[in-house]
Design a protein around this ligand. Structure first.
Ligand SMILES: Cc1cc2nc3c(=O)[nH]c(=O)nc-3n(C[C@H](O)[C@H](O)[C@H](O)COP(=O)(O)O)c2cc1C
Length: 449
C-alpha cells in the first residue's frame, strides 16, 4: 500500500498505565470522576491528530481497589462527553458480549456513532475475569468456548441490527407525510443457541454504517474470532519477533476468512517513558517503580500469571518452573501468562524485578528513552511487519500523553510516518476502512457495491 501511515490510539487509563501512577506527586487521582479531565485528554489527543481514544472495561470491581483506582466511569457515557469536546478523534469503548444484550448495546454504539458524526468503535470482549458472573445473577462465569460462541451470535445480531435500516430508509417527505420507507427497514430474525433477536432496529443507520469492530483475542479461539470480525486488533508483545509472528498469523487467518488483510489493523500496546536523555527516561521509570506496592504487584502477577507467589522470596530469581505447562496459544486466556513466562525464561529476573517490569503496563511493551529512540522503536515495528500502529499507553496521565504528543508525534510526522492533518472525519476514514453497505440493501440490489 502506497504511503502507508501509522494508526495511533491513546489508551485511556485513570491516572496512567503504570500501576503506581496515582501515587506520583504530579498525578491527580481526585479528578478521575471529573468528565472535564477526559475531555481535556481528548483535546490533547485530537490536537496531535491521533486516530482514537480507547477505554478498556469490565463489569466488576477489580479486587485491588485498595491499592489502585479502577475505571469508575462507564466508557460509552464518558466517550459521548469526549465526542462533544472534539470533532475528529475516534472513540473506542469496550463492552462485553457475555454481560450485555445485543439490542441494548447496538443502540448505545449506534447513538455514539450518530452523536460523534461517525467516530464510534466497539472493543468486543467476552470478559476475561470471572468476578462479573455474580453481578449478573450467574453462579459460574461461562467457559471460554461458550463465551466465544455467544460472542459470534452477538456480533452477528448487532451487525444485522445496524444494517436493518438501509441508508436511504429515512425519506422525510413532509408534503406526502412520509418520514421513513418501511420497505427499507428490516426485521433481522436471529435465532441462535444463546440469543434470539427479532428487530427491526429502532434507529436509522449511523454515519459509519456500523461502528468499527475491535478485538483483542490472543488465544486460538480469540485469534480466529478477531480474524473473522475485527477491523482493528489490540495485542501485547514485549519483543518485535513475537509481534511479527502475531501479525503474520492474524493477517493470514483474515485472508483465510476471505477478508482484505489491509482492513485488519494490528495495534500492539506501547508504554513510553520519555526523557531529554535516555538516562533521564530511565530515572523517570525508576521513580514510578519505587512507588509500587508489592501486595498489588503480587496480586496482579498471581491473577494474570495464574501462579502462586506467596512462598517466593522477593529478591531471589523467579523459578521458571512456576510457568511450567504454560501451554500455548491454544489455551484460552493464557496470553498474558505466556508473556510473563517468556520474560522469566529470557531475563531470569528476581521477583521484585519482574514486578517492576510488569508494573509499567501489565505485559505490554514499556520503552524508556528519548523521543527519537521511542520514534525509532515505533518505526522499526511499523516497517518490520510487526504493527500497523500502536495503542499508546502513557505511564501517567495527562503528563505522559502531553510528552508523547509534543515530542514523539512531530518526529513521526517529519518522517512521513504519521498524518499532519486529518483527511476525513470518521474513524473509518482515519483507519482507511471501507464504509460497509447494509446487507439488506445488497439483497435488493444484486450489483450492490
Ligand atoms: C490491549 C488490550 C485491551 C484489552 N481490554 C480488555 C477489556 O477492556 N476488558 C476485558 O475483559 N478484556 C480485555 N482484554 C482481554 C482480551 O479481550 C482477551 O480476553 C485476552 O486478550 C485474552 O485473549 P483470549 O480471549 O483469546 O484468550 C484486552 C486485551 C488487550 C491486549
Amino acid at each position: 500500500m502506497t504511503n502507508r501511515q501509522l494508526n495511533l490510539n491513546a489508551f485511556i487509563y485513570p491516572t496512567g498505565h503504570h500501576e503506581a501512577s496515582w501515587r506520583h506527586p504530579d498525578s491527580t487521582p481526585e479528578r478521575i470522576y471529573d468528565v472535564r479531565y477526559y475531555q481535556d485528554l481528548a483535546r490533547t489527543a485530537e490536537a496531535a491528530k491521533l486516530d482514537a481514544a480507547f477505554f478498556a472495561d469490565g463489569p466488576a470491581l477489580r479486587t485491588e481497589v485498595e491499592y489502585r483506582p479502577d475505571y469508575g466511569l462507564e466508557p460509552i457515557t464518558t466517550l459521548v462527553a469526549m465526542a462533544t469536546a472534539t470533532t475528529h478523534l475516534g472513540l473506542i469503548a469496550t463492552a462485553s458480549t457475555t454481560y450485555y444484550e445485543p439490542y441494548n448495546l447496538a443502540r448505545l454504539f449506534s447513538s455514539l456513532d450518530h452523536i460523534s458524526g461517525g467516530r464510534a468503535a466497539w472493543n468486543i470482549v467476552t470478559t476475561a475475569t470471572d468476578a462479573a458472573a455474580a453481578n449478573f445473577g450467574l453462579t459460574d462465569h461461562p467457559d471460554v468456548q461458550q463465551r466465544y460462541a455467544r460472542a459470534r451470535e452477538f456480533v452477528d445480531a448487532a451487525v444485522k441490527l445496524w444494517d436493518s435500516w438501509e441508508d436511504d430508509a429515512v425519506v422525510i417527505d413532509k408534503a406526502a407525510g412520509v418520514y421513513a420507507d418501511p420497505s427499507k427497514i428490516h426485521r433481522i430474525d436471529v435465532e441462535g443457541e444463546y440469543l434470539s433477536v427479532r428487530g427491526p432496529f429502532n434507529s436509522a443507520r449511523s454515519p459509519q454504517g456500523r461502528p468499527v469492530l475491535v478485538q483483542a483475542g490472543s488465544s486460538n479461539d480469540g485469534r480466529d474470532f478477531a480474524a473473522q470480525y475485527a477491523e482493528a486488533i489490540f495485542t501485547a508483545h514485549q519483543r518485535i519477533e513475537d509481534a511479527q509472528a502475531f501479525y503474520g498469523d492474524i493477517k493470514s487467518r483474515a485472508t483465510d476468512f476471505g477478508r482484505n488483510p489491509e482492513h485488519v489493523k494490528i495495534l500492539p500496546g506501547l508504554s513510553p517513558f520519555i526523557g531529554a536523555t535516555e538516562a533521564q527516561a530511565q530515572d523517570l521509570h525508576r521513580e514510578f517503580n519505587e512507588l509500587t506496592i508489592v501486595e498489588y504487584g503480587l496480586g496482579q502477577l498471581s491473577k494474570m500469571g495464574r501462579i502462586d507467589v506467596t512462598e517466593l522470596d522477593l529478591d531471589a530469581p523467579v523459578p521458571a518452573e512456576l510457568f511450567a505447562g504454560s501451554g500455548d496459544i491454544t489455551d484460552n486466556n493464557n496470553s498474558r501468562r505466556l508473556v510473563f513466562a517468556k520474560i522469566v525464561e529470557r531475563e531470569q529476573p528476581t521477583l521484585r524485578q519482574l514486578l517492576h517490569k510488569l508494573a509499567g503496563a501489565r505485559g505490554h511493551n514499556v520503552v524508556a528513552g528519548t523521543a527519537v529512540q521511542i520514534a525509532d522503536t515505533i518505526e522499526q515495528w511499523f516497517r518490520g511487519g510487526a504493527a500497523d500502529g500502536f495503542n499508546i499507553m502513557p505511564p501517567q496521565y495527562p503528563q505522559g500523553l502531553e510528552a508523547f504528543t509534543s515530542s514523539v508525534v512531530p518526529i513521526l510526522q517529519e518522517r512521513g510516518l504519521f498524518r499532519t492533518e486529518y483527511t476525513g472525519t470518521t474513524l473509518r476514514d482515519h483507519y482507511g476502512l471501507p464504509r460497509p453497505a447494509s446487507q439488506y440493501a445488497r439483497a435488493l440490489d444484486p450489483a450492490g457495491v
